[in-house]
Design a protein around this ligand. Structure first.
Ligand SMILES: [Zn+2]
Ligand SMILES: [Zn+2]
Length: 277
């Protein structure tokens, strides 16, 4: 079976460029930013953008595209102004995804110095988004590394959100680097299996819809988010062999966000090389 494996690609020159450049380096899935990741500047999708993007999907056979929301977005911010801007920016992200036929908009879960207060604000905003979001797109909540005051670095945190908002449009994006930094050890068959049993018990494996495959520059439980090239970090080859050959994840889009895009093709080839059939 053809795996949905790819990279976070640049949209400079248009959304469609990400697909044409992606196919050149061996992507069968792609992740994009539909807006500038470090600016609040809103962007819109024209009818022509949507048509060109659809044509690119047909021509490249990259049918599965994922978006990543801007890094500035913090739906749990203690600052009301930032929270409001974040809501509007993520809502606009969901609208652009619907226009471009992108089923998942990956979201960082935000941060707040007071964990409980932050979780409450996050849940309140997600509840509102579920009311106001367009059809055809889901909110992909990313497992975070737990850096600083970041929320949602434990499965319990995501489970808490899903308990408050039992909606199937809330799904999970697992990031291998973030999981490891948060203390989930994916390196040996035993620890790997324990992680997924816990995930299944608390969240449910059927919620997992997107993978970010990144190695980690920092050790297990460091709660520091530093991506490394595949098999060149603390996770190492064993973890990626386990993920790539796990039948539970075989149909999910797997996206690399490794540090140097010049080496994306090399990282993708390594991952494909780990497949046992
Ligand atoms: Zn992310
Ligand atoms: Zn990261």
């Amino acid at each position: 079976m053809e795996r949905l494996l790819g990279a976070h690609m640049s949209v400079s020159g248009g959304f469609h460029k990400a697909l044409y450049e992606g196919v050149k380096i061996g992507c069968t899935a792609v992740q994009i930013f539909t807006a500038s990741p470090r600016q609040w500047r809103p962007t819109t999708v024209s009818e022509k953008d949507a048509q060109t993007f659809e044509k690119a999907k047909q021509e490249t056979h990259i049918q599965r595209v994922v978006s990543h929301a801007a890094y500035l977005i913090n739906l749990a911010s203690p600052d009301e102004e930032v929270r409001k801007k974040s809501y509007e920016a993520y809502h606009a992200e969901l609208v652009r995804c619907a226009q471009l036929g992108i089923p998942y908009a990956v979201l960082h879960m935000g941060s707040h110095p007071d964990f409980e207060a932050g979780m409450a604000l996050l849940i309140e905003n997600l509840r509102q988004l579920l009311h106001e979001m367009p059809d055809g797109v889901a909110i992909a909540m990313e497992t975070m590394a737990g850096q600083g005051t970041a929320l949602c670095y434990r499965f319990e945190h995501l489970a808490h959100i899903l308990e408050a908002l039992p909606d199937e449009r809330l799904v999970i994006c697992a990031d291998s680097c973030h999981l490891f930094a948060a203390g989930y050890d994916l390196r040996t068959p035993e620890t790997y299996e324990a992680v997924w049993q816990e995930f299944d018990r608390l969240i449910g494996l059927e919620r997992l819809k997107v993978w970010h495959l990144n190695d980690s520059r920092k050790p297990l439980g460091s709660r520091v988010d530093r991506h490394e090239h595949i098999a060149e970090g603390e996770l190492g080859e064993s973890a990626f062999r386990l993920i790539m050959n796990d039948p539970r994840f075989a149909s999910l889009p797997m996206i690399i966000e490794t540090p140097d895009e010049e080496r994306f093709a090399e990282d993708l080839a390594k991952l494909r090389g780990y497949l046992q059939n």
